[in-house]
Every structure is written in structure tokens, then in C-alpha cells.
Write a protein that binds this ligand. Sequence first.
Ligand SMILES: [Zn+2]
Ligand SMILES: [Zn+2]
Length: 875
Amino acid sequence: MTIQAIGVCLIAVSLLCIPASAKTGSTIFTPERVANARRNIERYDWAKKIRDDAVAAADRYANQPDEWLWNLPTPQSIPRGIHVNRQMGCPKCGHAIDKFGNYPWKVDVFGRPWKITCPSCGEVFPKNDFAKFYESGKDANGVFHYDKADRSLLYNREHPDPADPLHTYCVDDTMGYRDAKGDVYRFVGYYGHYGAWTETYRAISNLGNAYVYTGDAKYARKAGVLLYRIAQIYPDMDYSFWSAKGFENSDGGSGLGRIYGRIWESGLVDSFNNAYDAIYPGLDDAELLASVSKLAGKSVTAADVRSLYETNVIRQVHDGILARTIEGNEGMYQNCMATAAIVLDDPGTTDEWLDWVFADGDARHGALTGGNMVSIFRGSVDDDGFGSEASPGYNSIWRSLFSSVSDLLALYPRYTKHQLVNNAKLHRMFEAPVRLTCLDRFSPHIGDTGAAGSPGLASIRASDLAYAYRAFGDPKFAQMAYMLNGNKADGLKLGIFDPEPEGVAKEIEAVVKERGPYVLKTDNMSSYGCALLRSGKGSDARALSLYYGRNTGHGHKDTLNIELFAHGLDLMPDLGYPEFAFSDCASRYEWTENTISHNTVVVDRKPQQSQRLGVARFVREGDGVSAAEVYAGKPYPQTSLYQRTIAMIDTSEKDSYIVDIFRVKGGEHHMYSLHGPEGDVETEGLNLVEQPKGTLAGEDVEPYADLGFMKHRDDVTGYQYLYDVRRDAKPSAQASVTYKVVDTWHCLKEPQDIRLRMTLVSPPGEVILAHGDPPRNKPGNPRNLWYILSPHESNDSTFVTVVEPYVGSPLISKIERKDDGDAVTLTITTASGRVDTIVSALEPIKKTVAGLEFAGRFGVISQGNDGTQKKLTAE
Ligand SMILES: [Zn+2]
Ligand SMILES: [Zn+2]
């Protein structure tokens, strides 16, 4: 246990000069919208369910005495931390807790106040009676002071004898328990975050919603008590104090925040401000004011509640954004400022704050003159409609928050200087994630997105598109909503506050009848940086993505990564979200985000350098063939060529095979890395010799060994993450690895014997197989995947691979490769006897192929029963 004095200033409530409230009514939950919601609840079962769920959730809090709610939020003197100990896990079961996710501890403010329980071993911490210690430190205002608290309570209740060696085991006085080795476990901090404040957030959101849906004064009363208490505490909240003491929160590494780290703080205070607006009509309630007066120890009027809340929370939110203690990803702090402005509804101030949202500036980098919304749409949102994040998941935060700002402005017609509803790039932000859809239920796992091979669209739902159709009027969104809704309009609807939420389904039906469905085809998002080859329909759909966009931020060092979707599964899955998105998380930098864990080429054993965008030479759909060629220079500046050419070639309506040609010129060592899905592998043309122990980094280097990455993070190989190493120094000219595919995420209705055969065609040297792990703390992730590695000690490589996903028997019976200088010609005989010739050259060439004149840099020519055909040509 550490004993440190905490200097915190507490409750400055009555010392502040408090201006009167100008607000006269709800501006977000306007009477008209509330009436819509209540009418919808009477008309529709789904709306009733929303109300019933909100009421059930709110009743958990509403059934507590007012005093309980008053005491739920904790003051600055109680830390807020999101990890007990990331490095060590649980004091009792260690890393066994990791499989329960990033924030695994169980918290129950109702049944087990001030305790947290390990979901793995069931042990309860801290071992002292912190509740009693907390009570002993409270002043007349109910605020805990560390110095005032009774230190004689700081012992392990299971071992009361001071001579017992476990007497101080896992005792936490707020600063965490420090063991003999110096490892600190922060139980009270975790409770302060996930107990005290996360429950306050839930309570206030649910009580506000229940009041809007029912009009029952009891919910406004309970929420009013809570908001008044939050307003008393909020000005003192300063997360940086706790960050400096080693607590971790969602602060993006800044150490700044208020209750939470500054990123999650924006969502937290939005929930407070929304609840304030929701219960605003209920604040004059005599019972509420009597209760608040009693708890506060003085007479409190409705005007007092309003002015205290507006001064101590809403105006503090404005100041916090300018002080950068409330921030977050793009969209978060702008939405937070717009919400504060519109809820405050004080004409002069509200206009000034809304002006700030749109004014130029870059608050995230210290230019506090504005929220930059005009410039962001001009510069940061690309022409495809993605913001400056690699991960589609993080981009969806931009989309949902920018559209929230758009909706807020629409709710506040008094302000006319800016709007977003006609912004073409906002419209494209709804289109972009739809364009990434593969097989109706996947999108490529680009950057920190999802788990290894997990299903899920790029954070877009049919209802988002129904909203876009209603908000922007573009029929394309009706077609997209229809597609994402399972090719039907049935069940599509708008939100509970809409006057006619179900009317949109008929409108969408009519649009699709007139214009036909939206069909996803081979596509190139040249501004975001992703080519998508597509073929087949329904359960036979196939898709192959080739990513060449930004590899920074929440991106991975994954330029030219490919991901294959077929037979209803992600067959070459990206590893997805790392174990922890922290800068000191070794497995994140060395492995999950590193180049080697991706389906791409590592040059000179180092991660790729940062890049924004590669160049697509072509992305084309031909006759039963789609192909793309993309190059990128920045990831490896020592290379003069870093280029991938891919083709998806149909063998039937149901099946396609993939040709992959990866060329690298420059550098001294090239390592082609490829992996399939979960499953055992069988090999052909390989005579593998097992390395008895260790990893690719060496026989003496254990998996996950600490090789000092914090000092050399730009040149980590990641080799120590590849174990069960086996090698063939002299593979045959066609070395195949066939995966017996496991349906990790239970995507298939019926089990199917799916295989994925990867054939390295004339590998330039050794072929290595090794196991690598997807993040270990994401429930559902496969334990490990087989990696295929083809290293080449050379400044010039052309790696050629043919990939066949199939059920039953393979698609291909024979492959021949012929190189003529830099030009590669592959002759592939399919199982049905068709002969496909694939020509790929660095510059356009002319030659006779299968009796036809061919001119171009890439082409596919087929000879089959119906003669010889050029299926695709690219110049
Ligand atoms: Zn445990
Ligand atoms: Zn990745």
C-alpha cells in the first residue's frame, strides 16, 4: 500500500459567482419531439419496448432513496482509473483474467459497494473495508478527504492480526496496493471509474429518458437530485492529478481530463447535459426542491438548481474544451460544444459557442480559435467520405457525431449561420462504409477494428441509411438501406422522436421499385485507399480487399494488405483491435499493428513507415475477372517499387481463385507474409523441419520476449511473436499450404468443409510456417493462426501466389509460371480443364497470348469450351 498525501481542493460551490439561467424550456427534448415520442409509444410496440427498457433501467435508480443517488457520484479525492494493472492482470489469477476483455472486472454498486470482483477467479478486492474508510473521511458536505479518514481501517479484513503476513495484502487507500515487487493494483480507482461514475452516467441517462417517455415526475426528481450533486462536485474534477499518480484513463496519452480522461469525458458530459434538458420541465417540482434543500443543507429554489447546473457543468464544459481537458476524436468535442451551447440556450453565449464550432482552428493541436468544422469537411474528410482515420470504426465516430451536430442545428432554428444537412461530404460519410461491405455481413478489418475475422459491417446499419435518406433526400440512401436491411423495406424505421417513423419504409420500397436495388460491384475508394474486388451473389459472394490508405493513428502498418471473404467467412483475417490501444503495449506495436502480422511484404525486417495513400494503377472489372494493381512508395523509402497486383478469377458462378503478384525492388531483405483463417494445415511440396524451441527470432527467444521495444519502436521485427516454427530451406516450385477452415465466429448456418489452399509459385528461397496469435484478450478470437513466410535476401523479388477457397475439391489442377524479365506469365489449368493465362508486366507490353494479340500491363485470357476470350485487359 502506498501512503501519499493528496492535495485536492474541494467544493468551491458557494464561492463562485453564479449567473442566472436564461433558458426557458427544453431545446433538445422540445415539447413537439416529446409529444411525438409519446404518440409513437401508444402506436408502436417497438416504441413501447424502448420506453419499457428505459423505465426498467431507470427504476433501478429511481427505487433508491434520494440519499443513495446523492452519494453515488464521488468527488475528486476518489481516483478514476480504467485498469487495475494492465501488465500483471489479477493479483490472484494473473493473466487468466485477460480473456474477459479489456475492462474485465465485475462491479456492482447496488450489491457490493466499493468492491470489484475478478471474473476469472472470483476473488474480491480490495481486502480492506474501503466503504467504512470512505465514510470516515467525509466532511459536512459529504465530501471525502483522504487526510481526515481513519487509517486504522486500512487492513485486510480476512487477516486482522497485524502479525499476519497477509495483514496488508491488497489493501487500497485510494492510491492502490503496491506489492513487494513494486507492482501497483488500483482497485479503488477502477471502482471510482466503473462503479461511481459509470453508474452515475447510466443513472442520469436512464432517468432522463424515462422522464421524456413517461412524463412521470419521479424520474425528474431523482435525476434532479443527481444533477445538483454532480454540479456541486464537477468544478473540482481534474483527472490529471490521478494520471500523474499512475492511473490510466481514456486520455489519448495526454494525462488530461476531468472525471474521465478527456476522450470519454466528452460523452459523459453530453449525457449530463442531455439529461438536464430532458428533465428541465420537471425542475420546479416542490418535492424535488425539498429533497435537494435537505441534502444540500440549505434552501434551494428551482432557479438555484438551474443556475448552479448551468454554471458548474455547462459553462465548465465550454471552458474544459478550451482547456483541452475535454477533447477526443474529431467530432466529439464539437458535438460536446454544440450540445452545451444549445442546452444552455442563452442567445449571446449560445451563438458564440456555435460560431466556435465552425470557426477555423485546430483545438486538438492547441489552436483554440475554433472547432474547425468548415475546414474539416474541406480538408480532413476525403472524397470517399472517410475522415482522417484508417479504422472504419473510428471513422464512424466522425460520421455519427457530425450528423449529431447537424441534427442539433436543425433543432435550433434560431441559429442560422451554419448548417451541415446540405454538406455533400457529410452525405458521403454515410456512403463510404456501405462501399466497404463484403458478403453482406463483413467489412475489411482495417486498422483497430473488430476482432480477428469477426463479422460486422463498418459501423453502419440499415437504420443509419434510412436516417440519411430522410435527412438528405438522396434516393441512393433508400437503396442502400434496403440492401443492408436484407433486401427488404419491412421493419425499416426512424427514431422514436420522428413524427412518422414507420412512413419511411413505404418511401424506401417505392424508391427501390422505381430504381432497382443497390448492387455492390468491384470498386475503388481512391481517396480513402481501398480497392475491393467482388464477384458472385448471395451465399456465393466473394470479395477481396486491398488496402492502401493511411497506416497511422488507429491504423496498422498494413499498406497493401489483402483480406479475402468467401463461403460466408473471412478467410484471410486481419488481427483486428490490439490487446490494448496504449503506446506501451508491446504486442500492439511489435505484432498486431506491425507489418509482419499482415498479408503483405516486410522489407529489411522493419515495420512500414507512415504513409497516407498509395496509388492504384487500375482497379477493373472484366468478364468473370476483377483485378487491381496498387503501389506505394512511402512505407519503405529504400524501395523503388512496392507493388501488388491481384486478380479474382471466376471458375464458375460459385467459385473464384485469387492470383497475387507482389513485386519489391530495393532494400536488402524481403519477407512475404501470408495467413489464412483458424484451422489446421496440410502441406504439399514442403518438407518441413521443426525448430525445437523458441521463435522466429531464434531458438533462445521465447514467445512475447521483451526485446526492449520502447527504445527501438521503429525497427521491431515482431519475430518473437511467431512460434512453433518449421522450415523448408528448399521448397519445391509449388509449395502449397491448405487450411481446414474453422468457422471461428459461427457465421455459417450449416457446417461446411471449407478449405483454403495457398500455393506459393516458385518461392525464391526458404518457406517457413509458424503460429501467431490474434489479441489474447478479445473474447472469441482464435487461439492462433498459421502464418506462411517466404523470406528473400535480395533487392529484387516477385512473389507469386495462387489462393483457392473451395468446398469439395480444389479449383485448379495445374499452375505454370514463366518470367521474362519483369513480366510474369501464369498458365493456370482449372479443374474443368479451362486454361487461363495471366500476364502481368511492369510496363505495357505486346505479345501473342493463346493465339490472341495482347497489349497492356495486365490481362487474363481464357481458353475453354466456348473458345478463347480476353476476360480483362489493363493498360
Ligand atoms: Zn483473478
Ligand atoms: Zn491490421
